[in-house]
Design a protein. Structure first.
Length: 242
């Protein structure tokens, strides 16, 4: 496949496809066009049996700062709904191929939910992770309350969500949020190498094990509760997340 949107760069190397969020001036915040392009690309890759692993990178000093608030606060309800659509994270979680998040710099709120929807997370030493929903006065809608607990445990997940405090790469490794810290200049190489190692294994077995790990029914339950909570808060600004 080839890139169809300058905000999303696509690179194929054998059985591995790299996708790069390419809005560095906006900290790779998910605009309507970027979110749509990423979802389309993931959907296309999911149907391509020759693809065995996917890697997501972020251009510039930030991996992903979350949803673009300007798009989310648009007067156009279609645009606002498109950028906040949980379908993007759903597509990432449920696609058959494993996905690696190669995280440089900030991975924040919606960006953290995106990373948590990936199967493996590796990071450079300057990476940091934060759930700032409470600082913004909003609630998650992409499964944070299930996925973050899985990654770091209940108490640490609640601490991150309640305070909004950032977690650095070393701490993220210690608590299990990521699986390894890689020198910044080696992050891309290591990510592709890891993806290639996955691609060397029996794809049917890899995909079957991913499906078992996914426990999608639990994520679906969390999504339903998150959406209900968002509606109960009542204020239209509640849906304005980052």
């Amino acid at each position: 496949m080839s890139a169809t949107n300058s905000e999303l760069l696509v690179n194929r190397d054998g059985h591995v496809v790299g996708l790069t969020l390419n809005r560095p001036a906006k900290r790779n915040a998910l605009s309507t066009s970027l979110a749509s392009a990423l979802r389309r690309a993931l959907t296309e890759l999911a149907d391509d049996e020759s693809v065995r692993a996917v890697v997501i990178f972020g251009a510039g000093p930030t991996w992903c700062a979350g949803v673009d608030l300007q798009a989310l606060q648009s007067d156009d309800p279609v645009e606002a709904a498109a950028v906040d659509d949980p379908g993007l994270a759903n597509t990432l979680r449920t696609m058959p191929q494993p996905c690696i998040a190669a995280i440089n710099g900030g991975c924040i709120t919606g960006g953290l939910e995106l990373a948590l929807s990936c199967d493996v997370r590796i990071a450079s030493p300057d990476a940091f992770f934060a759930d700032t929903h409470t600082q913004l006065g909003v609630t998650p809608v992409w499964g944070m309350t299930e996925l973050l607990v899985r990654a770091v445990g209940d108490s640490r997940a609640r601490e991150m969500s309640f305070t909004g405090n950032p977690v650095d790469a070393a701490t993220a490794l210690d608590i299990g949020l990521i699986s390894r810290v890689v020198p910044a200049d080696e992050l891309e190489t290591v990510a592709y190498r890891l993806a290639a190692q996955i691609g060397e294994n029996d794809p049917r077995a890899v995909q079957a094990i991913k499906q078992i790990y996914a426990r999608e029914h639990a994520v679906r339950s969390a999504l339903d509760e998150e959406q209900a909570t968002m509606r109960e808060l009542g204020d239209p600004s509640v849906s304005r997340r980052s």
